[in-house]
Design a protein around this ligand. Structure first.
Ligand SMILES: Cc1cc2nc3c(=O)[nH]c(=O)nc-3n(C[C@H](O)[C@H](O)[C@H](O)COP(=O)(O)O)c2cc1C
Length: 345
């Protein structure tokens, strides 16, 4: 076990140094869920919490950062969604306070945002859902990548995590790369680390943490769900583009389909623009997630979850989740080192 612990420690080194944490395990930002309590707990327990900017009004956003700072003196990040209406105001505040870790989500960040964040000396992490975007982001000068695959919960990209890992990890040494999507245990964590990842990001498993403010109905729906229940939404017509969202199937998903078909009909009649249709679709998710997370409406609300939801079987504290990731990782490292020993005999 000593050797496997050493191996895990070695594999963690780059991510530990980059994030300034004991475990380079990010609690991925989840709108409505990743607030001061969950984020600070993840950071206090040695991981890296990430506050979800979502579409928070600016005063609430400022307040949430302050609250999190009051609860932890460890590093944590702030996630900003480029397509959110409040993005610019949130960015302005982040620049003003020179917040040390910024995570851009929702497509390529605007060039000026990259330049301004770089000027403050803050570290900038960006999502790469394809190998092409990963290369572009490195050229643009981001400090780290989060490669997030199709298995993840929430808005998702087109490529699976395993394929992204194969395409990106062995060929990217310029910046640390963190892997997200479909990671339910330390088993995949150690294998991605061995492939060259600097750390991992989990969302679904932390949504069910004891310290997550999500309604108990939301947590129980996750515990009951199988991986096959978390499916992505479809796009019916390219005139109304839909960024796929992976969530547990319920009436809310059906309502999204009805909304999409209704907007298409309105578009055909010329009573709505493509832009208006896209805004309405995104607003549907923001409101739907709130309904499920805060109000506990698991029928009509949105149960955004990754395929790893099938691995989540109980409510655990953040400390237990992190410890379990480490223990399973070390156990798997031990098994691999045992295989190496056999080959040496
Ligand atoms: C309920 C939920 C809400 C999410 N909201 C956001 C968000 O606001 N911003 C973001 O960048 N990612 C968001 N994500 C993605 C997570 O940050 C994370 O990358 C993803 O959950 C990792 O995959 P996993 O669910 O398989 O662990 C969300 C995921 C879930 C499950």
């Amino acid at each position: 076990m000593e050797k496997s612990k050493k191996l895990l420690d070695k594999l963690f080194t780059r991510g530990q140094e980059f994030l300034g944490v004991d475990y380079p395990i990010l609690g991925g930002a989840m709108s409505w869920i990743s607030e001061a309590q969950l984020v600070s707990t993840i950071s206090n327990e040695g991981g890296f919490g990430v506050l979800a900017g979502g579409n928070m009004p600016i005063d609430m956003f400022k307040d949430e950062i302050k609250k999190t700072k009051d609860l932890t003196d460890r590093p944590f990040g702030v996630n900003l969604i480029g397509i959110a209406p409040n993005f610019r105001k949130q960015l302005e505040h982040i620049l003003e306070i020179e917040f040390p870790y910024v995570i851009f989500a929702g497509g390529l960040p605007p060039r000026d945002a990259i330049t301004k964040v770089r000027q403050t000396g803050s570290k900038m992490l960006c999502f790469a859902p394809t190998v092409g975007i990963a290369k572009q982001l490195i050229k643009l000068g981001v400090d780290a990548l989060i490669i997030e695959g199709h298995e993840a919960g929430g808005h998702i990209g087109p490529v699976s995590t395993s394929v992204l890992a194969e395409q990106i990890l062995p060929h990217t040494s310029e910046v640390p790369v963190f892997v997200a999507g479909g990671i339910g245990s330390g088993l995949l964590m150690i294998h991605y680390l061995m492939m060259g990842a600097s750390g991992v990001q989990l969302g679904t498993r932390f949504a069910v943490a004891e310290e997550s403010i999500a309604h108990d109905n939301f947590k129980q729906a996750f515990i009951k769900a199988a991986s096959k229940d978390a499916i992505p939404t479809a796009q019916f017509d390219p005139r109304v583009p839909v960024i796929p969202v992976r969530s547990i199937v319920n009436e809310g998903v059906q309502n999204f389909t009805t909304l999409q078909l209704g907007l298409l009909a309105q578009l055909e009649r010329g009573v709505i623009s493509r832009q208006e249709a896209s805004v309405q679709l995104e607003e549907f998710w923001i409101g739907g997630l709130r309904k499920a997370v805060i109000d506990g409406d698991i029928k009509g609300g949105s149960l955004m979850a990754g395929q790893s939801v099938g691995i989540v079987k109980e409510i655990q504290s953040v400390k237990e989740i992190l410890q379990d990731l480490i223990d399973v990782g070390i156990h798997e490292a031990d098994r691999i080192l045992g295989l190496v020993d056999i080959c040496d005999d």
